[in-house]
Write a protein that binds this ligand. Structure first.
Ligand SMILES: Cc1cc2nc3c(=O)[nH]c(=O)nc-3n(C[C@H](O)[C@H](O)[C@H](O)COP(=O)(O)OP(=O)(O)OC[C@H]3O[C@@H](n4cnc5c(N)ncnc54)[C@H](O)[C@@H]3O)c2cc1C
Ligand code: SF4
Length: 587
């Protein structure tokens, strides 16, 4: 029997990017807020100071800060006809665990989606006709427009100190920035990072071919910056231990660096760590949440009553929590009915690796999100009329480090060990790099999340089951982007060039990205969405899913967190300015 705690105004499930933004915004408004976080407390000075935080074996290989499958896992399969098996070692994607969430050890690549990404189905239909969209593809328009979200993108970028160069200021194209981006109301808060040699070479080659390279918008910041919450960040040192690591230098945008110093000072905010929310409790009408139940590490169960429940548990776990709590009808791929778990999507990445003849690249001087990019082949920035796919992605060089255990490029045919391997490693280490493509992943009728019929977790609850595979559209798109990348890199006259377009089936044992999207999709119609345009549950109006990527109807050719952050602010404003004045359905 759960022990009952005193009531709070708001309970926040998970204290990563969305949880910390919502907690701050609502506590600042005077509400009594508690966040319940599955993993441990983590702080820069005590947990990953410089000189200790750059332990590749501990953090990069053994994944010290990530979720352990024994704590929470899921089952995966490619096709509905297969039996899903449990993930016993996270590899294909790496969910976060602990205060800061995946926002602590992410790369920091902070993009906005294109305006046409938000009305995708309408846009494609108007430009090419409805028959351009494959029959089993379930893409849909977002219930918000780019114009509506622009001020919220701006707020997130200012919170996080993002470094970059605007390409479109209030509709005016700016030299040096991304000419394809939607309009921006202001310049990035900090200037672009310096580029390493490999990125400069890529940019030069791309420019010669008529493309417009620009620096990637980065949450590894280029100079000292104080954000609107009064928190100061330091300049990035290009240490090269960024993705999968915490930043001991206060230079990587994260909940720890950008929000928690201000949030933890608010007396009406509290956090309960090492505690997993197991369900959202409903009253006997099933239309109102009364709070949540969680279990701590000693196995004790607690009930936290609250007026408002905010589900900020990362996209995958947002979906599982709604499924386990019976909020919204589970999606059924056979009938196409039901919504929770529907439109699960991912990211379609690929790469071209090259070994150059006489260039010393020094790739170990790197950040998680630097690099030069081109956006000519993203979204619908190019004409798809004569192509047999829709969607696209950005292409670019972005060396995130050349850490010694995992960075061992050698020419094809090199033995896997021994003196020849050692010689080849020494000769190649500094002359090889990879140019990546980062493509869209559209939603399909047979890609979804539901509760597994067989496997259960340590608490006896069904695991979530993921059914996902790349479809022809994405495979063809990846081939196209990879070919374009190879064309650019050939102009550098490499000794060796290896193009690796994404091929099916999706493999859960090879890291691609942790850009899992969909499952609690936002929309204008409860028939095809779980939450309305304010990220509020259609079924239980005091439950919000404020901006985790689970609300994306499909995934665009950009990393998700810029949009996740914008939606977090968008939802916070809807709660403050609309819901609190008149609690109930906002639509
Ligand atoms: C290695 C890596 C690199 C990445 N790089 C990029 C990048 O460059 N650009 C980009 O846009 N995105 C990137 N991402 C993705 C990015 O980190 C996420 O989009 C972002 O953190 C999502 O924010 P969130 O608040 O939804 O979830 P999170 O930040 O993950 O926070 C969710 C929190 O909820 C907690 N939680 C989960 N379930 C429960 C429960 N039942 N009870 C209590 N607490 C719970 C988790 O422990 C976690 O702390 C990367 C991710 C990883 C792992
Ligand atoms: S590369 Fe920069 S932002 Fe990333 S961990 Fe190193 S110092 Fe921090």
């Amino acid at each position: 029997m759960a022990r009952k705690l005193p009531r709070k105004d708001v309970v926040v499930v998970g204290l990563g990017w969305t949880g910390s933004i919502l907690s701050y915004e609502l506590a600042k408004q005077g509400l009594d807020v508690v966040a319940i976080e599955r993993g441990p407390w983590r702080d820069t000075a005590s947990d990953f100071p410089p000189g200790y935080g750059q332990d590749e074996l501990r953090y990069g290989v053994r994944l010290d800060m990530f979720l352990r499958p024994e704590q929470e896992t899921l089952t995966v399969r490619n096709k509905m006809s297969e039996t899903a098996l449990p993930v016993r070692k996270f590899a294909g994607f790496l969910p976060g665990n602990g205060v800061g969430g995946a926002g602590l050890h992410w790369n920091g690549q902070t993009w906005r989606f294109l305006p046409s990404d938000f009305n995708l189905r309408t846009h494609i239909t108007e430009r090419y006709g409805a028959s351009k969209i494959p029959e089993d593809m379930t893409i849909q328009d977002w219930p918000v427009t780019y114009d509506e979200l622009e001020p919220y993108y701006d707020r997130f970028e200012k919170l996080a100190g993002i470094s970059g160069k605007a390409g479109n200021l209030n509709g005016k194209i700016q030299p040096g920035g991304n000419p394809f981006e939607g309009w921006r109301s202001s310049e990035y808060p900090t200037p672009p990072l310096k580029q390493n040699y490999g990125s400069a070479l890529f940019a030069e080659a791309a420019k010669k071919m008529g493309y417009a390279p620009f620096p990637r918008p980065s949450g590894n910041i280029s100079e000292g910056y104080t954000n609107p919450l009064g928190v100061t960040m330091g300049q990035c040192t290009y240490c090269g231990f960024c993705e999968r690591f915490g930043c001991g230098n206060y230079s990587k945008s994260s909940p720890q660096v950008c929000v928690l110093p201000a949030l933890m000072r608010l007396p009406n905010f509290a956090v309960q760590t090492e505690s997993e929310v197991t369900r959202i409790n409903l009253d006997n009408t099933g239309k109102k949440a009364t709070g949540v139940t969680y279990v701590d590490t000693s196995g004790e169960e607690w009930e936290q009553p609250a007026d408002l429940v905010l589900v900020c548990a990362f996209s995958l776990f947002n979906v599982r929590l709604l499924l386990l709590s019976g909020i919204g009808a589970p999606y059924d791929p056979q009938s196409g009915k039901g919504v929770v778990g529907r439109n699960y999507a991912y990211q379609t990445t690929s790469g071209v690796s090259v070994i150059l003849k006489d260039k010393v690249l020094n790739n170990f001087i790197a950040t998680g999100s630097g690099g030069m990019m081109i956006d000519e082949f993203n979204g619908d920035n190019f004409d798809h009329k004569d192509l047999d796919f829709i969607g696209g992605g950005y292409i670019g060089s972005g060396q995130t480090g050349a850490r010694p255990i995992t960075t061992r490029p050698v020419p094809k045919g090199t033995p896997r060990w021994g003196s020849q391997w050692k010689k080849a490693t020494a000769e190649t280490y500094n002359r090889a790099y990879n140019i990546g493509t980062h493509g869209s992943s559209y939603s399909y009728r047979d890609c979804y999340l539901d509760l597994d019929p067989t496997y259960k977790d340590r608490l006896g609850r069904p695991l979530m089951r993921m059914t996902f595979d790349f479809h022809d559209n994405e495979i063809k798109m990846s081939q196209f982007l990879t070919d374009k990348t190879a064309e650019i890199m050939k102009t550098l006259d490499p000794v060796e060039l290896t193009a690796s377009p994404r091929k099916g089936p999706w493999n859960s044992t090879i890291y691609q990205t942790t850009h899992n999207t969909g499952g609690t999709v936002m929309g204008n119609d409860p028939k095809d969405s779980v939450v309305n345009r304010y990220c509020q549950s259609w079924d239980v109006s005091n439950v919000f899913v404020p901006g985790g990527a689970s609300v994306f109807p499909q995934n665009a050719g950009y990393n998700p967190t810029g949009t996740v952050g914008a939606l977090a602010y968008w939802t916070a404003d809807a709660i403050k300015n609309r819901y609190l004045k008149n609690p109930g359905p906002l639509v």
